[in-house]
Structures are given as C-alpha cells and as structure tokens.
Design a protein around this ligand. Structure first.
Ligand code: ADP
Ligand code: ZN
Ligand code: ZN
Length: 681
C-alpha cells in the first residue's frame, strides 16, 4: 500500500505560500508527525500536515517522492499548534513551512531518529524536586486581581503601577492554576530575558528547576532543544521565554502571561514579522487558555480593547509596602544657559542623594561617546560610507562605529578632507555623559567621606558574557552611586536603593513623524520613573527628573500625575480622528534594492497593479517613500504604507496582492517583505 500525504517543509520566503508538498509513505502517519523528506538534493525536516489518502491508483502518485524517515519517539505536534502556525503564516503573509520550521528548535533539523530518541529519553539534568513554595501574602489589590483571573476566562489586562507587584501576581496565578490542575502548563513571556535574570530566579525558586524551562535566542542549540522537548512532552510546566516562545509546542497550555505587554520587542523584525503579544491572545482563544497581559503603560491597542470590553481590566494602582511613586520634576531647558548638559538643579539633587548614600540613575538613549565627529574647519562629518547615517565616536577604543551596518574604523588623526587636526565630538552619548558626570561630581562625597562611584551600563559595557549580571549585582549591592545608561537600565529591574531617576534629551520623540513615538516615550519615562523609590522605607522623597525644552507638552502634564489613562485617552482621540491603529489597520511593504529608484519603482508598479484586486476599493495605498534611514550597508530601502478601516479587508487585500508582488520584476531589486501591523512607520 502507498499513501500520499502533505508535508510542510522549509522553503525560501514567498515560494511556499501554496502550502505543503505531497510525499508518499508506505504506512499512515498522524498529522503533526515530524519526518525527514527529500527536497531538491537535500533531505530536510518536515511536519506531516493533513490526514492522508490512499495514493494507489492516483496517476501522480508514481512521481511522489518517498518520506525518508520518521522521528519516532516524539508525539506528533497537536492540532492546535498546527492551527496556530497556519494562522501566523496567513496573517503575516509568510510561508507555512517557514513559520512551522522556525517554531521548532534548530537542532531538530540535524538529528536522525536514533539521535533524537537518546535526547528524548534522557531525564532533565536537574533533580531538585519541588521547593517549599515561598509565597508572599498578596496585597488586597493583588488578591483582587488573582481572584478575577481565577474565576474568569479570556483575556485580562493587568494595569499595575511600577512596583505594584505584578510579578507576584503572575507567580501566584500560575500556582493557583497548578493547584487546580497539576498537569496544566503555563507560558510566561518577557520582552528580553537577559535584562531580567531576577525573574528567572524567582520562577525557579517558586516552582523548582525541573518545572521551569527557558526559551530564548541567547541559549545554545542543545539547551533550546532540551527546553523545547520538555515543553512538548508536558514535563516542563512553566515555559519562560521571549517572543519566540509563543510558538512553542505546549499540549496542556492553560495560562499565558505577557509581561510588559507594551514592549516593542514582542514584534519580530525579520522573517514572519509576528507580534508575539497578539499571537498570545489568539493562541489563548484557540487553546481555551487564559491570557494575562501586564503593564504599567499598556499598549494603546490593549487599552482600547479593555474600553471595548474585549479584555477585562485589572487595576493595581498602589505600590507594594507603602512605597510612593516618585514626584516628577521638569527642568525647562529654555531657561538654562546655552549648551547646558546638566542643569544646576539636577546636579544639586544628584549630589544630595550621593551625600545621603542613595543611588541615582541617569539615562540617555544614545550609546557611545558622541553621535558625530566633525571637523572644525571644513564640513567633514563622520558619515558612514555604506549608510545614510553618521558613525558614532567611541572614545574608549578610539573608533568610529556605524550602529546600522557595523562598519568600524580607527578615528583618523586629522580630517580626511582638509587635514585639520582639530576634529571634535558633537553631541553626547552615554560614554561622554559618564565622563561629564565624573568631572561634575568630583568634589562630592559619600556619607563616609569616600568619592562618588559612577558606573555605565549599555550595550557596549555589557557585551561580554556575564558582565550584565555582574554590573546589575554591583548596583543591587549598593556599590554604585550613580548609574548612567541607555534605556536598558529603565526596564523591569527591581532596584531597591535608587531614589532619583533623570532623563536627558527626551524631546526628540515629541515631534517624530512616527505616530507611535509619543506612546513609546511616555512608556519609557513611566518605566524609568518606576525604578525610583521602589523600597517603601526610602521612597518618601524619590524623584523623576526630566530636562526638556517643552515642559508644557501634554505628555509631560500626564507624566507629572503618573496619569496613564489621561495620556491614553488623549492619544486615542487623536488616533481615532486620523483613523490610525487601533481604529484602522496597517501593513507596510518594504523593498531593498541597489538604487532608491529601483526600490520605489518596484513598489509603485506593484501598487499600480493592485487596482481591481479584492478589497482594493477599501484600502488606501500611499506613495512609496524612502525609509527613515534610507541606505544601510549600501542597500537602498523604501516602503509603501497600506491602510484600511477593516482588518478583514486588509487581510484579503494582502492575500490577493501577494502573488502580484511576487510577479513584479524590477532590475536591481534585492528583496521585499510585508510587515503586517508594523510598529515603526
Ligand atoms: P512590578 O513588576 O509591578 O514592578 P514587582 O513584582 O517587581 O513589581 O514587585 C515589587 C516589589 O514588591 C518586589 O520586590 C516584590 O518582591 C515585592 N512584593 C510583591 N508582592 C508582594 C507582597 N504581596 N508582599 C510583599 N512584597 C511584595
Ligand atoms: Zn576638515
Ligand atoms: Zn553603516
């Protein structure tokens, strides 16, 4: 007997939208079974997709290639997992095989059945057993949120102030789930696991190392495989991961937590550009699992969904342990002398904290020493030869580095154009800020009379493995008085000794062409404020300082009152008027080409050919434009925005447009990609 079956295989982008390929098998294989099949000259990993029918007598069956091997010993991937993958591929306009295979651990591709069997059998390396779960007595607000989650179904938005104890709610929601159903599984997603080593420790401490596995891109392939197998087998009851974890196979998934649900890093920026937050909500519905989204500054999409009654709002406005939110102080930079970096008020406030033995945090979203190096006598600037951007001056190793393409050179001794030796940094990054502060605070003393200790944390200072953890440990141990850094230091950390946070140069986002820039800035500033005064005993006079040229901007008015709802309603009103998300739906098509003309011409001809397609009458296609950073690594980039008032219409239009895009030829075009629900326009 011979059966024909459809198998999903990895295919290059855009070519496999037609779905799975047919293969022949001598015996029936359940949908979801992992197989090895020939593809061209290679043998690849595939997933059996549909039920098979008998191929006997069918004329084409003789041409079908035979399945080469079956990864026995592994339960087939379940129907709901397959549906999640199908949905993801359809919604984000990518190939089924690409999405399915990207959701599996990479090492699975290289293993044959015997090698896999050895790994499946091997017990988890840990055997510590279940620990005495040290549960904190929930606060009344936590209690209320937990009760609502326990009793309810669907999707919840936990709108909890920074320091209100959201993490404890996640932990206890999972505990209650296990108490009701010891077999259940929970998926807990965080934006960037590396930034919050504390969180992993808290979950392991609560549930035991054998119950908790992690899934994120910082792991080695064998580690990822081990975690994935434990999740798939159901032996790991908690999967703690970044966006990729949303596609993990978890047969008994009952609860999904998305911490800091507003964070842009939930959106995948290559391949299938999915939003793991949105997929979590979809998956929850699919699996009948509860979904708990948490944030102090929810995305406007989620906030709006609460207003519409689609999500249930759970509020925790108070901080745990009588801790106060910091008071917000705005410094009007119009009143400062020209070129002021630190206003005297802010400097005095930091000095006072140092003298009292308290910690301050100063952040600036720009790493390196200075964003530009410029000649003082001609108009040479440190442009990147490959990108439409400046290379950043890093004083530490005297290099000019492009933050887009990575191109790095030693700083020239003299201006490459006119030979002038006087070339000077313009503007300021975290390195320079650290240097400035060290000079300005040189005379200040700690309570014991010792000099002030300044440390810097950003992508540069934490590049080496383990350096992030050791720097964080120093801050927690009180070995640092002033911490300077990028937004990396504003996220999630439970700093106990910081009582002052200062934001420099926040203004640029106020007038950005990206309509989401104010939302991101507000979130960032609220998160940053959230690092100050977390310990009730020292929080009484904690402060958040913002230096700005626009102190009367409504964003700052809302920030002063820690009033996210006011900010959200003002933003939502603007968005509604303009028909922007969440009141309208968007997609971008991006094109990369040798020349900007080619990139735009490709988009323009695909747009011209879109007239008459299904839904075309109800979508708006804007003109093709260069991207903000137009050229990266000598590739020219352009994009076209597509908008519709209806998600369904946009989806149908994109599906109809896809083959048109595929068929559109343009000399010099390198690649194109669709971004559905893009975060940056
Ligand atoms: P969030 O995530 O909302 O910013 P966390 O979950 O980090 O807040 O909690 C802030 C601090 O309060 C943490 O140090 C945490 O251990 C503590 N905490 C949380 N819940 C309780 C509780 N019920 N009793 C005592 N301390 C708590
Ligand atoms: Zn010059
Ligand atoms: Zn570059």
């Amino acid at each position: 007997m011979s059966l024909s079956l459809s198998v999903v295989v990895p295919m290059p982008a855009h070519s496999s939208l037609g779905g799975p390929l047919s293969y022949r098998s001598e015996f029936p294989l359940a949908p979801g079974t992992l197989v090895r099949v020939p593809l061209g000259r290679r043998e690849v990993l595939g997933v059996v997709w549909d039920a098979q029918d008998s191929a006997a007598g069918r004329p084409e069956s003789a041409d079908l290639k035979q399945v080469a091997g079956v990864l026995t010993g592994l339960d087939p991937l379940g129907p709901r997992w397959r549906q999640l993958v199908s949905f993801t591929a359809n919604y984000y306009q990518r190939g089924l095989g690409e999405v399915a295979l990207a959701a599996l651990p990479p090492q699975l591709r290289d293993l044959n059945a015997q090698q896999l069997a050895r790994r499946v059998k091997r017990p988890a390396p840990d055997a510590q057993g279940t620990p005495p779960p040290a549960t904190q007595e929930p606060t009344p607000e936590q209690q209320q949120a937990l009760a609502a989650v326990e009793a309810g179904t669907g999707c919840f938005l936990l709108f909890g102030a920074t320091g209100s104890g959201k993490t404890e709610v996640y932990l206890q929601a999972v505990q209650r789930l296990f108490a009701a159903d010891p077999q259940a599984q929970a998926l807990v997603m965080v934006p960037e696991i590396n930034l919050t080593p504390q969180l992993e420790q808290r979950f392991v401490a609560r549930f035991g190392a054998s119950d908790v596995v992690s899934l994120h891109s910082g792991m080695t392939h064998p580690q990822r495989l081990r975690s994935w197998l434990a999740a798939h087998a159901g032996t790991a009851r908690v999967v703690l991961g970044t966006r990729m974890a949303v596609l993990a196979s978890m047969p008994r998934l009952r609860l999904i937590v998305v911490d800091e649900e507003h964070d842009p890093s939930y959106k995948q920026q290559e391949g299938a550009r999915y939003s793991a937050r949105d997929l979590a909500v979809y998956r929850g519905r699919l699996e009948g699992a509860k979904v708990l989204l948490g944030s102090a500054t929810p995305s406007l999409e989620s906030w709006h969904a609460c207003e519409r009654g689609r999500y249930r709002l759970l509020e925790m406005p108070s901080r745990v342990g009588a801790a106060q939110l910091p008071s917000v102080r705005l410094v009007d930079m119009n009143l400062q002398p020209h070129k002021t970096v630190f206003s005297p008020q802010l400097l005095a406030a930091i000095s006072a904290r140092v003298a009292r033995g308290e910690q301050s945090l100063v952040f600036l979203n720009r790493r390196g020493y200075a964003p530009v190096l410029a000649c003082t006598s001609c108009d040479w600037k440190s442009e990147c030869p490959n990108c439409s951007a400046f290379r950043v001056f890093h004083k530490i190793d005297r290099t000019l580095r492009c933050h887009h393409c990575g191109y790095t050179e030693r700083v020239p001794r003299a201006c490459p154009v006119c030979g002038n030796v006087d070339i000077a940094p313009v503007g300021r990054g975290t390195e320079r800020l650290e240097e400035n502060l060290a000079e300005l605070l040189a005379g200040e003393r700690r309570p014991g009379g010792e000099p002030v200790r300044i440390a810097r944390m950003d992508a540069d200072s934490t590049r080496l493995k383990g350096s992030l953890e050791s720097q964080l440990a120093q801050v927690h141990a009180g070995e640092v008085d002033v911490l300077v850094g990028t937004q990396m230091i504003t996220k999630g950390h439970d700093f106990r000794r910081i009582t002052l946070v200062a934001a420099l140069n926040a203004d640029s986002a106020l007038f950005s062409s990206d309509f989401r820039a104010p939302e991101r800035l507000f979130g960032l500033l609220m998160q940053a404020a959230g690092r100050a005064g977390r310990d009730g005993a020292r929080s009484g006079n904690s402060e958040m300082w913002v230096q700005t040229w626009h102190p009367r901007h409504p964003l700052f008015t809302a920030l002063r009152k820690h009033d996210y709802p006011a900010f959200a309603s003002q933003q939502l009103a603007e968005r509604e008027q303009a028909g922007m998300p969440p009141f309208g739906y968007q997609a971008l098509v991006r094109a990369d080409a040798r020349t900007q003309e080619a990139a735009q011409a490709f988009l323009a001809s695909a747009a011209a050919a879109a007239a008459g397609l299904e839904g075309a009458g109800s979508v708006t296609l804007y003109s093709a434009v260069p991207m903000t950073v137009q050229r990266v690594a000598n590739v020219e980039r352009a994009q076209i925005l597509v908008e519709s008032a209806s998600r369904g219409v946009l989806q149908r239009f994109l599906a109809a447009w896809h083959p048109v895009l595929q068929a559109t030829r343009e000399k010099g075009l390198i690649r194109w990609a669709v971004d559905v629900d893009p975060l940056a326009i």
